[in-house]
Design a protein. Structure first.
Length: 367
């Protein structure tokens, strides 16, 4: 079996009218369920790879045996992570249950890959300072906001002007993970830089209004419910892109938010310049936000609300990396009496040992 995304395979699928209708049906069902655009793209890609793996056969002619073989090959031949394998399974289950209307016994027997629990990567206060010191411009503001508010990357990029409360130093995160809204903190140090960014967006919005393309994307049916909202300044993205782009769903030309790759590249470059050896992504700043709050004595329930976690057990993972502050874990060796004296005695012993070995070598004897 081959799982490559060859252009010939994709084109042959598109040329098949039956399969083309299948992809349209998957797309419609995903949008009916209000799945995100990224989930739509990922699910369609997995369906394509599944069909290509079995020589372009229609999924209705395939079943549990083929699904298990496909998932097994992903793990054995391509060494994908458990999360990637589970995403592929979710896409195929969605295809059979929600699109093809098939609910066969084999679906309940497929076991999801067990995802190992990983400790989050957390930067120290000094590493955060060094990192932010070598980032400039809009990327610096976004990185600072991620660390200062605990938002996820896409929550930051999708932030609308109306959801920034400068008077209360608060940010309303709309439609976060799980479709939930929440409040988080706006760092006072970022109030003026963020106001300047909003002013920049206002100027771009005036240019777009003059060009007759001032509308911005609105989720769900808000554009029909509030016909003029899409052209209002409050609905514009805080971090607006420099160039207008075509909306992949509606085909309309609009000004979207900046691409997430802008910050990703900036962080990658800054990590090297700052001399940080830890692996680092935008989510690392969110991990650092939570850990540093807990280190400073913040209540874990408060941190849970700021992060938007459904269960406090998710937030508790950050207590595993604490080593300072109230309730921090201190090694019993550091609490033991006479540690400094023992260290000094050991240093004297090492010097004595080196002296003995030196004398033994010069005298021709083994120590």
């Amino acid at each position: 079996m081959k799982y490559g995304r060859t252009s010939g395979g994709v084109n042959s699928i598109a040329a098949d009218s039956d399969l083309a209708r299948l992809f349209d049906a998957v797309r419609r069902k995903l949008r009916f369920r209000h799945y995100s655009l990224r989930t739509e793209q990922a699910y369609l890609a997995w369906v394509r790879r599944f069909i290509l793996a079995f020589s372009g056969r229609h999924p209705r002619h395939l079943g549990g045996q083929e699904v298990e073989a496909f998932l097994s090959r992903l793990a054995s031949d391509h060494d994908v992570a458990a999360g990637t394998q589970n995403q592929a399974l979710s896409a195929l289950l969605f295809l059979y249950r929600d699109v093809l209307g098939t609910d066969l016994p084999w679906m309940g027997k497929i076991v999801r890959a067990k995802r190992p629990r990983r400790a989050p990567v957390v930067l120290s206060h000094d590493e955060v300072r060094r990192l932010l010191a070598v980032i400039h411009g809009q990327a610096w503001l976004m990185a600072s906001l991620l660390y200062g508010s605990g938002m996820r990357l896409m929550e930051c990029l999708r932030l609308r002007i109306k959801d920034v409360d400068f008077e209360r130093n608060a940010i309303i995160v709309r439609n976060g993970k799980g479709g939930k809204d929440r409040h988080t903190v706006l760092p006072r140090a970022l109030v003026e830089p963020l106001k300047r960014e909003v002013e920049r967006t206002r100027l771009l919005h005036e240019m777009d209004s003059a060009a007759g393309c001032a509308e911005v994307y609105l989720p769900h049916a808000l554009a029909r419910k509030y016909p003029n909202a899409a052209s209002e300044l409050g609905w514009q993205y805080v971090f607006a892109a420099v160039q207008r782009s075509v909306d992949p769903r509606s085909g309309r030309t609009r000004r979207h938010h900046v691409d997430d790759a802008v910050l990703t590249r900036a962080l990658k470059t800054a990590r090297k310049r700052a001399g940080i050896v830890k692996p680092l992504s935008a989510h690392t700043l969110r991990h650092s936000f939570a850990t540093h709050l807990l280190e400073s004595g913040a209540d874990i329930r408060t941190v849970q609300e700021l992060l938007g976690h459904k269960d406090v057990s998710t937030t508790q993972i950050y207590t595993h990396v604490l080593n300072r502050g109230p309730g921090g874990v201190l090694s019993p060796l550091d609490r033991a009496r006479g540690v400094s004296e023992s260290r000094a005695d050991y240093a004297v012993f090492v010097q004595y040992r080196l002296l003995v070995e030196s004398v033994a070598v010069t005298s021709g004897y083994a120590a």
